[in-house]
Design a protein around this ligand. Structure first.
Ligand code: TPP
Ligand code: SF4
Length: 350
């Protein structure tokens, strides 16, 4: 059940360049447990859309099933949305994306939704480089069904039932890099200063931008043995770099800390300024990115920030050379090439 927010807004609320207040990007009132990491992630999505001047009617939110997949009800209440079947968010996102490439697609999933039932869908959306912001709210458990271990739960960690998990955990970021992702990042729901620029960079990326957000489940998996708990992340977080995302033609207003910098130009010309805390961490080399993750893991640390970017891979539409226009705007004339063109196609197949 969703509860609507009161429609009254203070007339002096600041507006962004698109003419919207921050409240215009909110959705219904959350019914998740108080303190759930997913609510903080929702807030970061709202903030990122507000700061990027995104027009709500140009956004499509798609999700699977889980507490995480409920969150699209709590942000961008004026956007299009579809809550699909468990693990099937990427299929629905692919279909919608093929019908209209002109919109911003935000796909919300959980670690259960992605790393178990939706694993095949996740893999193929990645290798096709679908133009989608794939946000996985990762709490290491199935929150909605009362906290069973998910495939990202740490081996040996215990949830609320107290039974240690005997299985190896899946690192979704490492897997995404292996499967050919073009943008991979990891954030923490409790670190908005890092998460908001990460989400902004992901939203401006052309192709599949995978963001793994460690988003603790306060009810079933906030135990000290879990790397997805508030306590663990606060004590073991290691960032690849500090950075800010600068949309195209916008003045750079941020101040950078001391150290070396690296610029990564995105497909649309937007720039990510990476300010390197550790100059050995190159995020444009696949092998080095996987090594960076493994090295920190060996030390028991969670690497966050932008983990890998390849701005040179084509997104699905460019690979299949699809029409630039939404399908519902195509006329019969556009769709029927005429008998001469048909004859040519048939001849090429003989
Ligand atoms: C086909 C199918 N199988 C199983 C379920 C039961 N189910 C609902 S949510 C869920 C897991 C949710 O975990 P996750 O995606 O990590 O989301 P969270 O609730 O932790 O945010 C499961 C197994 C279902 N709804 N549909
Ligand atoms: S059960 Fe866990 S994941 Fe679900 S709303 Fe509560 S705290 Fe969040």
């Amino acid at each position: 059940m969703s509860y609507r927010r009161p429609g009254f807004r203070h007339p002096k609320q600041p507006k962004n360049d698109a003419g919207y207040t921050r409240a215009d990007y909110e959705g219904a009132i959350s019914t998740l447990c108080a303190g759930c990491g997913h609510d903080s992630t929702t807030n970061a999505i709202i903030q990122a859309c507000f700061e990027l001047n995104i027009e709500p009617h140009r956004v499509v939110k798609i999700s699977g099933i889980g507490c995480s997949s409920k969150t699209p009800a709590y942000f961008l209440g004026r956007s299009h949305g579809f809550n699909s079947v468990h693990g099937r968010m990427p299929s629905i996102a692919t279909g919608a994306n093929m019908a209209n490439r002109d919109l911003l697609y935000i796909g919300i999933s959980g670690d259960g939704d992605t790393a178990s039932i939706g694993m095949g869908q996740f893999a193929h959306a990645l290798r096709r480089n679908l133009n989608l912001n794939y946000i996985c709210m990762n709490n290491g458990c199935y929150g909605l069904t009362k906290g069973q271990d998910s495939a990202t739960a740490d081996r040996g960690s215990s949830g609320k039932r107290g039974v240690p998990n005997p299985y190896e955990s899946i690192d979704l970021c490492e897997l995404a890099i292996e499967l050919g992702a073009s943008f991979v990042a990891r954030g923490f729901s409790g670190d908005k200063r890092q998460l908001v620029p990460l989400l902004k960079a992901a939203m401006a990326h052309s192709g599949l931008a995978f963001v793994d957000v460690i988003s603790p489940c306060v009810t079933f998996n906030n135990t000290s043995s879990s790397t997805k708990s508030y306590q663990y992340v606060r004590e073991h977080i290691e960032a690849t770099n500090t950075f800010d995302f600068v949309p195209l033609q916008q003045e750079i207003l941020t101040h950078y800390e001391e150290g070396t910098s690296q610029e990564v130009v995105m497909h649309d010309g937007s720039i990510i300024h990476l300010h390197k805390a550790d100059s050995s961490k190159d995020v444009t080399n696949r092998l080095k990115s996987v090594n960076n993750l493994e090295r920190e893991k060996e030390k028991g640390r969670l690497l966050t920030g932008i983990l890998y970017i390849n701005p040179d891979i084509k997104e699905t539409h460019d690979i299949i050379n699809s029409t630039l226009r939404p399908l519902n705007s195509l006329t019969e004339e556009d769709l029927c090439p005429g008998s001469a063109a048909l004859e040519e196609i048939n001849a090429s197949l003989r």
